[in-house]
Design a protein around this ligand. Structure first.
Ligand code: S3P
Length: 172
């Protein structure tokens, strides 16, 4: 079985995913880390040297590889993964896959992303707090259409990591 976490940047996919995997005795895979290893470059370097279209193609290849794994695995997607090409339909068509949307509101995301936006290629050029918040609000609005098609939605606002993990675990 695969438990797949989706959600906007800063929603906690990687940190929740790792701990959820530990508590369920599943393997853990972070799609961005897997892409970095495949291409031997950081996500930031892939974006700046080869561009986003190249990244999205690689992201699809990496997703296909991870979904072929036979072991029980928790997979943390990148924030954009379900929103490009046929990725979402591809994920939802897999047998034994449960897709969870870690849903955070704009306030939570803006606060979490203010401090580490420079390491995120899509946010790194946005200079002021107001510009970043406005970008996140519009981007989240566009992407929610995809995220909301997940099998399960878990709200993360004002919850501890433990509470979110417990809620995710209770789904299965
Ligand atoms: C992206 C999110 C990032 C990473 C890339 C693109 C996006 O992952 O895949 O920078 O399009 O939202 P995180 O959500 O783990 O930051």
């Amino acid at each position: 079985m695969k438990i797949i976490l989706c959600g906007y940047m800063g929603s906690g996919k990687s940190s929740i995913g790792l701990r959820l995997a530990e508590s369920a005795h599943f393997n853990f895979q972070d799609l961005d880390n897997f892409i970095s290893k495949l291409d031997s470059r950081s996500i930031r370097d892939i974006f700046s040297e080869s561009g986003e279209v190249y990244f999205r193609k690689l992201e699809r290849q990496a997703l296909e590889q991870l979904l072929l794994l036979e072991e029980d695995t928790v997979i943390a997607l990148g924030g954009g993964t379900p929103c490009y090409g046929t990725n979402l339909d591809f994920i939802l068509a897999q047998p034994d896959v449960q897709l969870i949307y870690l849903k955070a509101d704009i306030g939570t995301l803006a606060e979490r992303l203010q401090s580490n936006s420079t390491s995120r290629p899509l946010l790194s050029d946005l200079m002021t707090e107001n510009v970043r918040t406005e970008f996140i609000a519009k981007h989240l609005f566009e992407r929610s259409f995809y995220y909301e098609q997940a099998h399960h939605i878990v709200r993360v606002d004002s919850k501890t990591k433990e509470e979110v993990i417990r809620e995710c675990t209770r789904l299965f």
